[in-house]
Design a protein around this ligand. Structure first.
Ligand SMILES: Nc1ncnc2c1ncn2[C@@H]1O[C@H](COP(=O)(O)OP(=O)(O)OP(=O)(O)O)[C@@H](O)[C@H]1O
Ligand SMILES: [Mg+2]
Length: 353
């Protein structure tokens, strides 16, 4: 076979730093297809990341090092993200004849006006979106700003694990990439698609219209509530509870008495979150709702939620159309896929221009 035809383009490893664990996904591209090369989920001590903010870079770096070992080496560069809630975005319009230098200066001036922190404390970036409709002399420019600390803590943790952090992205851009991947082949206009991430401590609802985010809401709710209930009922230690949950090894009694009622609570929380969305403006009904995050792995959750919210609900699996490296166990991956969605969205950043 001619080797250049199957040339492999190795991506950066996508790293999702959650409050309960680190998720890592390494993809490569062959022609138009994608391959999952490796992935890892490494638990974090509860003091390492609180409210999406890194408290202890050494603990995070240690977890990333463990993840790199699980992934099997050869990974040198990565992409991580700051949470959308830590970021301020604004679209402004600037003269399309500006040079890059002029553009940067204008962006700083504009940012100084709308960001409530001194410029030297923020990390600022921008993207030229294209000409303004009806005014080709102007370009729409997307400004993205967050506290410098939020970016630097991530870079520090990742650099001290030996990786080079190529890009610090924003969560919601990772979600946008995942939605286009999940919705490939179903790109009807005006399609409203929801993405619900239910992690250990946070539930996030994002809604996308034609692939662009139109709604973003976070609330404090997640799998920690379930773990605490199991701990109270059984006396099992937190680490043990996580292990049993992730491997579907809880006793039938705990499943019946704790997981099932929690599953109903999750459906109700998501239903309430959707009500907030519908009441935020004149929106059509969602065409589909994808669930992701560790809690999305609860058996039967999608079906129960679908009955509760009246919209088609599916557990997100971004790897469905991908080749898998031979060392990856497909059964294990289908359990892990919802937890890996955000890390996958970050890894996809590798293949953008
Ligand atoms: N099979 C399962 N059934 C129920 N809960 C599960 C299962 N597997 C994992 N969980 C729960 O999912 C949570 C972890 O999910 P995830 O890794 O998405 O969270 P995180 O990204 O660390 O947290 P956050 O995004 O809130 O900061 C834990 O609370 C864990 O108990
Ligand atoms: Mg998470």
């Amino acid at each position: 076979m001619l080797s250049f035809l199957s040339k492999q383009e190795k991506g950066w490893v996508g790293i999702d730093i959650g409050s309960s664990s680190i998720k890592m996904v390494a993809l490569s591209r062959r022609g138009k297809g994608l391959r999952l090369d490796s992935y890892a989920i490494v638990p974090l001590p509860s003091s390492a990341v609180i409210d999406s903010s890194i408290q202890d870079t050494a603990q995070v770096a240690e977890a990333v090092e463990k993840g790199l070992k699980i992934c099997g080496g050869g990974l040198t560069t990565c992409v991580a993200a700051v949470p959308s809630s830590a970021v301020i975005t604004k679209t402004i319009q600037l003269n399309s004849a500006f040079t890059d230098f002029e553009l940067e200066e204008q962006v700083k001036l504009e940012a100084d006006r709308f960001i409530p922190y001194p410029l030297n404390e923020i990390a600022l970036d921008f993207e030229v979106l294209g000409p303004v409709e009806g005014s080709p002399e102007l370009n729409d420019i997307l400004l993205v700003a967050c506290r410098r600390d939020d970016v630097e803590m991530r870079e520090d943790a990742l650099n001290s694990s030996g990786l080079k952090c190529e890009v610090v992205d924003v969560d919601r851009f990772a979600s946008e990439r995942v939605v286009s991947l999940l919705e490939k082949g179903d790109e009807r206009e005006d399609r409203l698609v929801g993405l619900v991430d239910i992690g250990a401590s946070t539930l996030t609802l994002n809604v996308f219209k034609d692939g662009n985010i139109v709604y973003d809401r976070e609330q404090a709710f997640g799998g920690n509530d379930l773990s605490n209930l199991i701990h109270q009922q059984s006396g099992l230690e937190a680490g043990e509870v996580e292990h049993l949950l992730r491997n579907d090894e809880l006793s039938d009694e705990l499943k019946q008495n704790v997981v099932l009622p929690f599953r109903s609570t999750v459906s109700q929380q998501v239903s309430r979150s959707l009500q907030f969305f519908y009441s935020s403006g004149p929106h059509n009904e969602l065409s589909k709702l994808y669930i992701l995050g560790g809690v999305a792995a609860i058996e039967g959750l999608a079906a129960q939620m679908q009955a509760e919210v009246g919209v088609e609900v599916e557990v997100a699996n971004p790897f469905a159309g991908m080749d898998l490296a031979s060392k990856i166990n497909a059964g294990r991956l289908s359990q892990d896929a919802p937890t890996l969605v955000k890390a996958c969205g970050l890894a996809l950043r590798s293949f953008e221009g």
